[in-house]
Unconditional design. Structure first.
Length: 157
């Protein structure tokens, strides 16, 4: 008969790393699919005002954003410190709003045009004069569905 020896000094076996590359590539693929790239580079400072009655927008693909605020420090030498309007990635004047909205409508399907919303992201320190001018230009192109972006107010406030 043969004898079986038990070696008590062997310890635990090494962990297999054969499936590690599969896991890494699966995670990489997951993050590549779920990450959303920022569409617009903000050139202005926008600190949204606080509000209590907030609603989320349903279809963000049908929203056109207009940003209003003071230019960032690196743009203040050229554009000054007064509040400016930003459409997509460029500074604009009030007269540029009508062509912007018309261009946004042309990019959409005909059935989606009545569902389009214009969202105003306005800094909390901006005076209402420039906001009123923007709203008047939006009325001229019949863009009457306007949304004001805000952040949630604290419960203690």
């Amino acid at each position: 008969m043969s004898r079986f020896k038990k070696n008590k000094d062997e310890g635990t076996p090494a962990i297999s790393t054969a499936s590690l590359p599969d896991i890494i590539f699966m995670l990489l693929f997951f993050f590549m699919v779920t990450t959303v790239m920022r569409e617009v580079e903000l050139k202005i400072v926008v600190k949204l005002p606080k509000a209590t009655e907030l609603q989320k927008l349903e279809k963000k693909s049908l929203v056109s954003y207009i940003y209003i605020g003071k230019p960032l420090k690196k743009y203040q030498k050229v554009f000054g410190t007064e509040p400016r309007i930003q459409l997509n990635d460029a500074f604009a004047d009030v007269k540029d709003i009508q062509p912007f909205i018309l261009k946004e409508r042309e990019a959409r399907n005909e059935k989606e045009v009545p569902l389009m919303t214009t969202s105003l992201k306005v800094d909390e320190d901006v005076k209402m004069g420039i906001v009123t001018d923007v709203k008047q230009e939006l009325r001229k192109v019949n863009a009457l569905k306007i949304n004001y972006s805000a952040r949630k107010r604290d419960k203690n406030w």
